[in-house]
Design a protein around this ligand. Structure first.
Ligand SMILES: Nc1ncnc2c1ncn2[C@@H]1O[C@H](COP(=O)(O)OP(=O)(O)O)[C@@H](O)[C@H]1O
Ligand SMILES: [Mg+2]
Length: 292
């Protein structure tokens, strides 16, 4: 890892292990050994194939599981220690779940986004301001959408309402579990642009779970790669992508440019493996074609 050693992590997992339904015949060992820290302001992709443990890891951050002490820390404090204030922790870490419908509570968009701030005891005026700000931030114009029925919206719009509801909490940490899943290419592109804008406008620590490295590589600076409940790689996005052969063995979708580069390396073996953008690839190819 190549992070400033001085600053302590905001979130840390130490030798984290987790078994669902522990002690029952249906016990399932989800996390075998995962350790990493996330620093303030980092944009981390938790990536890996289906069932590699991504959702379990991010649910652990907000203590949504039956955690044992000594494994999960927020700002240096053990979140599973007796007496730890879990509701305070949930005001720090906002999670948009993999199934956003499961977190939509109210029938009407405005009321749904207002739910969290109201439950946190914010005054009505401040809640209204945050609902307006969060909906607008997600390209759901407040006057147009606040009275719409949630169930009448498209899947992509419902996902944006779920994100708005989490944003309205103004948590310093924002976690999105597979935010692009189920969206069409246009929906993905729009959400990607929104998330890139959000993270530059706000001083957020961002965590994104994904089984595809294409969108995640545009959104994150660092990848933690999970497989079978273990961390198999952890480093800056470009460093991880340079190990495309190892990644290709896992059931992960590589960014399209990385696949193209892998094929072109047969012709140009010196082509850098960590090219992320199409224009970058064009420049590198022109250099080589020009020299030929
Ligand atoms: N609520 C649950 N009860 C039992 N097993 C679970 C539950 N949630 C996840 N698992 C198991 O834990 C493992 C990791 O799952 P998960 O964290 O959801 O991975 P991912 O998000 O990468 O798909 C899988 O084997 C999965 O079947
Ligand atoms: Mg998951």
């Amino acid at each position: 890892m190549t992070h400033d050693a001085g600053e302590p992590p905001i979130i840390e997992l130490r030798d984290f292990r987790y078994t669902y339904l522990e002690g029952t015949p249906r016990a399932s060992e989800a996390i075998r050994d995962v350790s990493f820290g996330i620093r303030h302001g980092e944009r981390v992709g938790i990536v890996g194939p289906t069932q590699s443990g991504k959702s379990t890891v991010v649910d652990a951050f907000a203590h949504l599981l039956r955690l044992k002490p000594g494994q999960v820390f927020y700002k240096g404090e053990d979140v599973a220690a007796p007496g730890y204030d879990r509701s305070a922790l949930r005001r720090e870490i906002g999670i948009v779940f993999q199934q956003p419908d499961s977190q939509l509570i109210e029938d009407v968009v405005g009321a749904d986004v207002a739910f969290g701030p109201t439950a946190a005891g914010l005054p009505a005026g401040e809640t209204r301001r945050r609902v307006e700000e969060s909906l607008n931030a997600l390209n759901l114009s407040y006057p147009e959408y606040r009275l719409r029925y949630v169930h009448a919206l498209s899947g992509g719009q419902r996902r944006r309402v779920a994100i708005a509801g989490v944003l309205a909490m103004h948590t310093p940490v924002l976690v999105l579990d597979e935010p692009m899943a189920g969206l069409d290419p246009r929906g993905r592109r729009e959400l990607l642009e929104l998330l890139i804008r959000l993270q530059s406008d706000r001083d957020l620590t961002l965590v994104v779970c994904s089984a595809s490295l294409s969108d995640a590589s545009l959104l994150c600076d660092r990848f933690v790669v999970l497989d079978g409940g273990r961390t198999v790689m952890d480093g800056p996005v470009r460093e991880v992508l340079r190990e495309a052969d190892r990644l290709a063995e896992l059931d992960i979708t590589l960014p399209e440019t990385v696949n193209v580069v892998r094929e072109l390396q047969e012709l140009f073996p010196d082509l850098p493996a960590d090219i992320l953008a199409e224009d970058e690839l064009e420049v590198e190819l022109l250099k080589r074609l020009g020299a030929a």
